[in-house]
Each structure stands twice: as C-alpha cells, then as structure tokens.
Ligand binder design. Structure first.
Ligand SMILES: [Zn+2]
Ligand SMILES: [Zn+2]
Length: 150
C-alpha cells in the first residue's frame, strides 16, 4: 500500500515538474530516479488512476500515443518535433481564428498542434553533423528566414 502511494506520488511529481507533456516511457525513465523498481505497467496503471482522479490531463495527438501533463497549466498549445517526437508547450493562442466562426456557432474548445523540428534536432543543433536531406525547401532560405521580429 505504502509502496504504491510512493509510486503514484513519483509519477505525479514527474508530470507536475515537467515543462512539456510526457509519454509513459518518458515518465518511467524520469520517475525511476525516485522509485528505481518502477515498471512501465505500473506507470500505465497509475496514469489511469491519476487521470480518473482529475490530477493529470491527457494530451492526445492524432495518430500518436497519449501524453500526460499537469492539470494546472494555463491554456496553451503543443508543438511536436517530427524527428524526436517529443511534444513541447507553446504559450498563447490564436484569437483571430476563434472569432472567425460563423454567426450562431459557439466554440467550446479547440486543440492546435504545430509540427516541425525542435531546437535540439534542428539544423543549428549539430552543424557539420550528419546532414539529413529533410529540408529540401529550406535550403534556399538565405533571405526569407533572416528577419527576426517581423
Ligand atoms: Zn526534436
Ligand atoms: Zn488556444
């Protein structure tokens, strides 16, 4: 009994302290620092319990397995890196889009996911390293991407 409480606490803390939504495998790896005997099955079981108790929220991306994040976060959106598949939080929202629904329609919720390459996987991460042919379009970017701000 006491052991399972400790496992659940470790899993909850891992999610609360993370700056981005975590997949069960990521939660396992991080929470094992605190509870080394943790297994993936235990992580899944506790995720279901924590979710049921409203202590964590689920991040579902189309075609991908669920990730978990704190319920205490402000409204935000997600960015998924297409190389490492990690998901990151993007603060802010898109007001114009929400105001563009036709008269008489009521928006109750929305989810927006941006896809691309994270900083750790991007071209600046390992200049000179293995150059994969991902950015056919981006090779001719010397002018268009220069402007910071706008
Ligand atoms: Zn990445
Ligand atoms: Zn939003």
């Amino acid at each position: 009994m006491e052991r399972s409480t400790r496992q659940r606490t470790a899993i909850r803390n891992t999610i609360e302290q993370s700056e981005r939504p975590l997949a069960p495998q990521e939660i396992l790896a991080l929470a094992q620092a605190e509870v080394p005997q943790l297994s993936l099955a235990t992580v899944y079981r506790n995720l279901a319990l924590l979710q049921e108790a409203g202590e964590i929220s689920t991040v579902l991306l189309p075609g991908d397995s669920a990730r978990y994040e704190s319920v205490h976060l402000d409204h935000h959106h997600h960015f998924q890196c297409q190389k490492c598949e990690r998901v990151f939080d993007i603060p802010g929202c898109v007001g114009d889009l929400l105001n563009s629904v036709p008269r008489g329609f009521v928006v109750e919720r929305h989810e927006i996911t941006l896809y691309g390459t994270c900083k750790g996987c991007g071209p600046t991460a390992k200049a000179g390293g293995k150059k994969r042919d991902v950015s056919g379009a981006a090779t001719a970017h010397s002018h268009s991407h220069k402007s910071h701000g706008h």
